[in-house]
Design a protein around this ligand. Sequence first.
Ligand SMILES: [Zn+2]
Length: 399
Amino acid sequence: MAHDAPSGPSGPTKLVILNIGLILSGDLEKPILDGDAIVAENGRITAIGRLKDLDTEGATTTVDANGAAVTPGLIDSHVHPVAGDWTPRQSQLNWIDSFLHGGVTTMISAGEVHYPGRPRDVVGVKALAITAQRTFSAFRPGGVKIHAGAPVIEHEMVEEDFKELAAAGVKLLGEVGLGGVKDGPTARKMVGWARKYGIQSTIHTGGPSIPGSGLIDKDVVLEADTDVVGHINGGHTALPDSQIRCICEGCKRGLELVHNGNERSALYTLRIAREMGDLHRVILGTDAPAGSGVQPLGILRMVSLLSSLGDLPAEQAFCLATGNTARMRALDCGIIEVGRSADFVIMDTAQHSAGKNLLESIQLGDLPGIGMTIIDGIVRTERSRNTPPATRVPVLVKS
Ligand SMILES: [Zn+2]
């Protein structure tokens, strides 16, 4: 099994992508950019525009997009990694690499809760979180950026524990509600401590996902006041629509929609958020691995679901899986903008789709075909082994 180091080539790199047919920025303010070329140096975007106007001198890698579209690398806001590229939840190897073939270049852990025999005592909870943070920083399957080390809060924790976790590099809390703390007042107190030390938080919303987990309703969600309302569409069992509406209207936090949730409730949440003019609050995840399995194309499927059944223009739907998440999670990827990480997916209309172009095909409910993924300006995969074949496929001209 390949054990990729997080860093790329040792020397300076310059990537030029030319012949781009469509640039989707990932930014809701301006989801489509003018231009047919992108330049990235040493893993950062340095220029976007017309090829004739850009400095392409000294390129170390040149990709001919062949008229296909370039989007930011997709971000899965809700995964449950355990160790390396293995999940005990469905006894599966290389699931992260498979997600890369579905366009996901960044993942955010909502807790390493599937760790066999996961500790519940405070020292054990902290040790597991720090271990996950360290190991996923040092080991990136396929180059995928995995933000892990997300402890699940337990009653015995005190403020000092959050200070200590933050000092050790932990930046996330796992889903509130998956541990012993399931009540609003305790959750609110601990989420406040986490926030004080720069640790972001999320919560399990809805009915229990597996035997042993519990119900978290709107009152607990609103009182806990986590930064992200984790799977507001349930994981799987959703709250009643009236409660979902209360959460959307009762706070300004992130509204996360997951693949392994209730799809009707996801569409309902999308509609409420749009009516409120709060589309920027909506972010996407898979909540995989889970009882529902592992979905390498889960984020693409959410984009297609929300675009086709939710009547959301496809270029906006992509923002929910890229720029919205990047802004909410303070990540330097997710938007095609000078200075940000050069993480891209090159994709096109799937062969034989009824749609005349990429955006129309997604609005019709089809998935796109991925022809290449790039992370930190380095080509990671060529034609996807998981998506339908793309009509136009990029070519690595020089590397
Ligand atoms: Zn959950």
